[in-house]
Design a protein around this ligand. Structure first.
Ligand code: FES
Length: 157
């Protein structure tokens, strides 16, 4: 289960500061911010712009371009369902609809009780054993409705 820290500007500055020496530090900084807080808060955009001497629009553009970056805090558990081609062809659409129905929220959202965030992901590298999913970083292949139900129960418990 991911443990995210509560938002703190001071902590964010420290996290960002670890990457300033890199060539092309924006993406590593954004990933580190998300790994620390569970999402990329809007407040980080001006901080990054200032550190990197680029415009806020530029930073904002990168944050919104990549599906990987969350704009709101994640739930206690993050369930990612692969929505790329091989998994779709293996019944991924029906599984995604099943998950949305069971959780009562759409892909990209968090359940009302804050327990589970369900997100699309685009290929987990397990196309041969599609459909695939990932719960809190643990990859699951050969997903079917029964296995998905088990993952959802685990995430909700
Ligand atoms: S398409 Fe789903 S794992 Fe590759």
């Amino acid at each position: 289960m991911p443990h995210y820290e509560p938002w703190s500007e001071e902590r964010a500055q420290a996290v960002i500061g670890e990457f300033v020496h890199l060539e092309g530090p924006l993406m590593p900084m954004l990933h580190a911010v998300q790994e620390t807080f569970g999402y990329v808060p809007d407040a980080v955009v001006p901080m990054l712009a200032e550190r990197l001497n680029v415009s806020r629009a530029e930073v904002h553009g990168v944050v919104t371009f990549y599906h990987d970056f969350r704009h709101e805090p994640a739930g206690q558990h993050v369930l990612k369902l692969c929505r790329a081609e091989a998994c779709q062809a293996a019944g991924g659409d029906a599984l995604a609809a099943h998950a949305e129905h069971k959780l009562g929220c759409k892909l990209g959202e968090t359940t009302a009780d804050g327990r589970v965030t369900v997100e699309p992901i685009y290929c987990l590298g397990l196309c041969a054993t599609a459909p695939s999913a990932m719960l809190d970083g643990r990859i699951v292949a050969r997903l079917n409705e029964r296995r998905l139900d088990a993952l959802i129960s685990e995430a909700q418990s």
